[in-house]
Design a protein around this ligand. Structure first.
Ligand code: FO1
Length: 321
């Protein structure tokens, strides 16, 4: 069984962790957004990659979802004391990841290599692949002008009104060959409950990735990141309103409708099922909120069984380990 999960940060990472428990890490490839990546103090930072790796390693910060558990902030507080006005919180432990990656990248290693290396050091069994080793950057067009993603998301706390999104490099960047092969060979592809516009769209905006999804033989299932008109985490609903879209699961399904066969809808939105089915998309209704690790595994297992129902050749279901 070969599973592929497309992930941004926290939501997709938690779902991928559930898939590991449902089918085993050796059967999972997580393809991760790099549109949020940027440089800080000369160090390359890959927030979504780190969130996925830390979550799969069981060491993610349970409160924030990003960064490491048991973190201390001496370095950040020192920068404050030096009046360096830091705005992006790199914890003391997390800093080790960035130092290591900076050293490796300066020696010529690709982001794929540094990601694989970090995952191995942390004992992650799933394969974690950045969507590309080339430059792909999300730019947010706002009332305050064009902002780099982390400038919008962290420095400005998603407050500026969004007018549009641009993914620099989406046309030119070469997708990760292993990611394209994983899509082609997959038995099941899932778009995790990440922000469809900020986290998944940078990857889907890459023509070769979209083409690979169009020709994939596996069912493609999206898990809703919107419940009862609100995002589980982050600015997805606010962003949708600012882009004049109705912040609902139907809008998410419509957004993905050219590629997906299945949609996982939250029980609170069960009344929207028929509207999504009318787009020719199969719908599974369940509790999609992942409060703890058991929720992640239960949701993942339901998605595996839903995928099986959508496939002509059955995978044989799922048992949580
Ligand atoms: N998000 C914040 O809201 N504030 C932060 O200071 C912050 C620091 C940070 C450090 C390392 C890391 O891997 C992620 C971090 N994030 C922070 C999360 C991250 O910037 C966003 O959640 C993602 O880019 C969106 O998926």
């Amino acid at each position: 069984m070969k599973f592929v999960v497309f992930s941004g940060g926290v939501g997709g990472a938690k779902f991928a962790d559930g898939i590991v428990r449902a089918v085993g890490g050796e059967n999972l490839t997580v393809i991760v957004n790099v549109g949020d990546d940027f440089e800080l103090y000369g160090m390359p930072i890959s927030p979504d990659i780190d969130t996925v790796v830390y979550t799969l390693a069981g060491v993610a910060n349970p409160t924030t979802g990003w960064g490491l558990e048991g973190e201390t902030w001496n370095n950040f507080e020192r920068l404050v004391a030096l009046d360096a006005k830091p705005w992006f919180r790199l914890g003391d432990k997390d800093l080790a990841t960035h130092l290591l990656r900076t050293q490796q990248r300066r020696s010529g290693a690709t982001l794929s290599h540094t990601t694989q290396d970090l995952a191995r050091r942390l004992g992650v069994t799933a394969r974690v692949l950045p969507i590309t080793d080339d430059r792909l950057r999300t730019m947010v067009e706002t009332d305050n002008g064009m902002l780099e993603f982390q400038d919008y998301f962290v420095r400005h706390q998603c407050e500026p009104k969004v007018r549009g999104l641009t993914f620099i490099g989406s046309e030119e960047a070469r997708p990760n060959g292993a990611a394209v092969a994983a899509i082609e060979e997959a038995d099941c592809i899932v778009f995790g409950p990440s922000n469809p516009f900020l986290s998944l769209e940078p990857m889907l905006a890459m023509p070769i990735v979209k083409d690979a999804l169009f020709s994939a033989s596996a069912p493609i299932i999206a898990v809703t990141p919107i419940i009862a008109g609100e995002a589980v985490k982050g600015p997805a609903a606010k962003l949708m309103r600012e882009l004049n879209l109705d912040p609902s699961a139907v809008t998410v399904a419509k957004h993905y409708s050219d590629v997906i066969n299945g949609f996982v809808l939250d029980s609170q939105d069960a009344h929207l099922k028929a509207e999504i089915e009318a787009m020719g998309i199969g719908v599974h209704v369940t509790d999609t909120l992942m409060r703890d690790r058991d929720d992640r595994a239960r949701l993942a297992c339901e998605v595996v069984n839903f995928a099986d129902a959508l496939r002509p050749n059955k995978l044989g279901g799922c048992k949580i380990v």
